[in-house]
Ligand binder design. Sequence first.
Ligand code: KMH
Ligand code: ZN
Length: 275
Amino acid sequence: MDKLIITVAPVGAEISKEDHPYLPITPEEIALEVHKSREVGASICHLHVRDENGQPTQKAERFNEVIQKIKEKVPDIIIQVSTGGAVGMTEEERMEPLTLNPEMATLTTGTVNFGEGVFYNSPSFIKKLATYMSEKGITPEIEVFETGFIQNALQLVDQNILSLPLHFDFVLGVPGGMPANFKNLVFLSEQLPLGCTWTVAGIGRWEYPLAILSIMMGGNVRVGFEDNLFLKKGLKATSNAELVERVANFSKSLGREIATPDEARQILHIKGKNK
Ligand code: KMH
Ligand code: ZN
């Protein structure tokens, strides 16, 4: 089994300081959280950023500011920018961080209800994002909120826009999306062509049960305030690093070592380093 790749998703677009005072918002706060998370085992940072008022933004300038701060502290971590942004953002807004030529970016290959909103991804927009990433050599992570999203990604392979092996993230437990449970994770992982890699982001209380199953199955794990705030029932983590460290400890105790960013690059077939 390959070493475990841990992704930290420290910010997200859905929670605020009112939900959790430890949510990192400023470039300095985000960089510090990523640094602490890297020290305990994270090799990828799934990045959303916030503006001066704490609101989600996809402005390239703000992403650049945050990425520079992260790189000062953690030069080797893989930065995966979000092209999902927040529900309701325009396609143009969502594409902005790609202009920074990041090493990795998300690519959601379908539309899903998302709480009270709709996370809208039309076939033409999916194709546009995939084509852009492919032309620029940005490694996509396919975000899967429902089974059909896998087929939609494989269609892009048939159309010679993307190529195998692809890397997938199963996001389970978003209200409106595919429920989080063990059967769904096993089912999704069985749909992938040989050689593809996957990670799981269990939302809320499912973060750890699905992380443990993934560790045992040879998958990978995403944790962070974007998905879950709690270390255990009633106890909020005071840092994203506490969530990362818990997964790393589970993995080590189950006999699976943790990948460094360079090892993650090899496992995920990422070509360029920190472009
Ligand atoms: N905030 C969600 C609407 C991604 O980062 O690409 C979308 C999301 C997925 O978080
Ligand atoms: Zn995200």
